[in-house]
Design a protein around this ligand. Structure first.
Ligand code: HEC
Length: 94
């Protein structure tokens, strides 16, 4: 009983842990972005008025094509981290 209380308290104290709809690690995604993606554009492309990406699905597709352009092979979990970072920081799709 005590441990259940502890766990629910923990969850309450970490809103991001359950409010986050996507799996992955946003901080890791930022690190990956900074290391691999700044060659062609900075993060201002995500916030410009006429941005291309209008859905989570489109964001996934863009990530795939940009990682090809970047000539990077990201693992599935790295893709999740990037996706989470971009969505949490800029796009906010549900
Ligand atoms: C070889 C160049 C290049 C690299 C490296 C690159 N991108 Fe891109 N990216 C582009 C181009 C070109 C566009 C389209 C910009 C436009 O149409 O104005 C774009 C657009 C995007 C968009 C859509 C922005 C919008 O309008 O909503 C996302 C998201 C994105 N890139 C993510 C990434 C990520 C993540 C990485 C690193 C894995 C990355 N890009 C690396 C060239 C690149």
């Amino acid at each position: 009983m005590k441990s259940i209380l502890c766990v629910s308290l923990l969850i309450l104290l970490m809103p991001s842990a359950y409010a986050a709809s996507l799996p992955g690690d946003s901080a890791d995604g930022k690190r990956l972005y900074d290391a691999n993606c700044m060659g062609c554009h900075d993060t201002s492309v995500f916030t410009r008025k006429d941005r291309l990406v209008q859905s989570l699905d489109a964001l996934k597709k863009q990530l795939v094509s940009c990682s090809h352009m970047a000539e990077k092979e990201f693992s599935a979990s790295e893709m999740q981290d990037l996706l989470k970072y971009l969505n949490d920081q800029f796009y906010d799709f549900r």
